[in-house]
Structure formats: C-alpha cells, structure tokens
Write a protein that binds this ligand. Structure first.
Ligand SMILES: [Zn+2]
Length: 61
C-alpha cells in the first residue's frame, strides 16, 4: 500500500509552489560563537576556522 493523493493539485496550486523557490535565500548568516563575525550557518567560520566551538581548519595569519 502506498499513499494516494485524494485530489488533483490544480495547475495554479502546483505552479504557486514552484514560484516560491526563487525568493528563498539559502544563505543564512549568524554571528560566530568564537569570534563574533558573521558566518554562514552550519558552515565552518571563515575568519577563525571554527565549527561547533572546535577548531576545524587552520587559518594562516
Ligand atoms: Zn569565527
């Protein structure tokens, strides 16, 4: 048995959903927990090389 949609999604409904995708910004910036610089969420910090309060990459100064 598999799920079965009860009603057909109208063209307007289907296209409205697709139309949303362009305006969603995937980039969410959060301040770093160590240096306070703005960094991408769920990414290693570019300025101090830290992720989850651990140094992951060495940054040459
Ligand atoms: Zn940082």
């Amino acid at each position: 048995m598999s799920i079965c949609p009860k009603g057909k999604t109208s063209k307007a409904r289907r296209d409205k959903r697709k139309a949303q995708s362009w305006k969603i910004p995937t980039l969410s910036l959060v301040p770093c927990s160590k240096c306070g610089m703005l960094m991408q969420a769920h990414r290693v910090c570019r300025s101090c090389g830290t992720y989850n309060k651990k140094e992951v990459i060495k940054i040459a100064e």
